[in-house]
Ligand binder design. Structure first.
Ligand code: PHE
Length: 347
């Protein structure tokens, strides 16, 4: 093998070993640089005779070109490798899920609440609100449960360690019924002339509090109160109104409603309202939904109205209860634990 061929192979090995452009340029200098091996061969030509010079010159040139080709090839290779490395370093995994903000959703009880209001509004009911910290008179006395009346113990509650400006004791309201009193009294004041007073027809939803806690009772729960007072409102209207509401709320017609005699100080007669689905998983079971009755004359009087002229009904129903029935929820406490696995099912 001649020396030039050896030189070419040596250059190819050197270039192949250069890992980056800097070491490749160093390797190049060893062959093609000013004091490189090929350059040295060129210089040696000067000592040769003219025709030897031509032959030898052509050989050296061919070797030089071979080395330059090898160099260019390696340059391309290194450039490719460096580009690949750079791309890899800057790689973006386009298959990763994007970082989007979590979407909120309405709580199932809020959904029921809104739905319930919408249905009653469609039947001509107004919607009102009232304080959760209530005074003793409005929560009990005005509703015909005077101090020391045994009926008060039906609703064991939380008293607040303070009194209102009139010296009355304050408590977390035990039911939504005090809103009947607040709304009716304001209504009567707005319409001073009883002869032209429009009917009182209102829904009052809200949080209520009792000392009670198990799978179907929570110390804080929700009720919606209904009140309809006019000159000729009867228990038949109560049954019609509540039945219509249930059919609209549950979106089905196969619902039976029954009134079971009961007792509340603020209604006479009083009834529990029970409901039964005629099909589905709860078929054939009476479910207790509300307390109700014809508003007691004493309460009508406390509204500021004459019970000889005005009559009507009231009911108080559990919002949590009808929400559990609508969605098939078996434990009331799920509503209040803020477990996203539960809540996300309603979003
Ligand atoms: N306030 C009663 C309760 O919470 C329900 C009720 C409301 C009963 C209105 C009659 C009339 O148990």
């Amino acid at each position: 093998m001649n020396a030039l061929q050896t030189l070419i192979e040596q250059a190819e090995r050197d270039f192949a070993q250069a890992a980056d452009s800097a070491s490749l340029e160093n390797a190049k200098a060893r062959y093609l640089g000013k004091s490189g091996l090929i350059t040295a061969e060129m210089k040696a030509l000067a000592a040769l005779a003219a025709d030897e010079k031509r032959v030898r010159g052509a050989e050296i040139n061919a070797a030089k070109q071979a080395i330059e080709r090898a160099l260019q090839q390696r340059r391309d290779g290194i450039e490719q490798a460096e580009l690949q490395a750079q791309l890899q370093a800057q790689a973006i995994d386009v298959t990763l899920p994007g970082r989007v903000a979590d979407q909120g959703g309405l709580h199932p009880l809020t959904r029921s609440w809104m739905r319930m209001e919408q249905i009653f509004r469609s039947m001509g009911f107004d919607v009102t609100d009232g304080p959760e910290i209530e005074d003793d008179w409005t929560n009990f006395t005005a509703l015909n449960s005077p101090q020391d009346h045994p009926a008060r113990s039906m609703q064991d509650t939380f008293y607040v360690d303070a009194r209102d400006p009139n010296g009355q004791s304050l408590l977390l309201r035990t039911h939504t019924s005090p809103m009947q009193v607040r709304y009716a009294r304001a209504h009567v004041q707005r319409h001073a002339d009883a002869a032209t007073m429009p009917p009182i027809k209102v829904i009052a939803p809200g949080r209520t509090y009792r000392v009670d806690s198990d799978a179907t009772h929570s110390p804080m729960f929700h009720q919606f109160e209904g009140l309809w007072i006019d000159r000729d409102v009867s228990m038949a209207d109560l049954k019609g109104t509540f039945t219509l509401f249930l059919k609209a709320f549950f979106e089905r017609d196969d619902i039976l409603v029954r009134f079971r005699p009961s007792y509340f100080p603020f209604t006479e007669p009083s009834a529990e309202i029970d409901m039964m689905f005629e099909s589905g998983p709860l078929k054939g079971r009476w479910l207790e939904l509300a307390g109700s009755g014809q508003v007691h004359p004493t309460v009508i009087r406390n509204f500021g109205l004459d019970p000889e002229q005005f009559i009507g009904f009231a009911f108080g129903s559990g919002l949590d209860r009808i929400t559990m029935l609508r969605y098939g929820i078996s434990d009331l406490r799920l509503f209040y634990e803020n477990d996203l696995r539960f809540l996300q099912q309603f979003a």
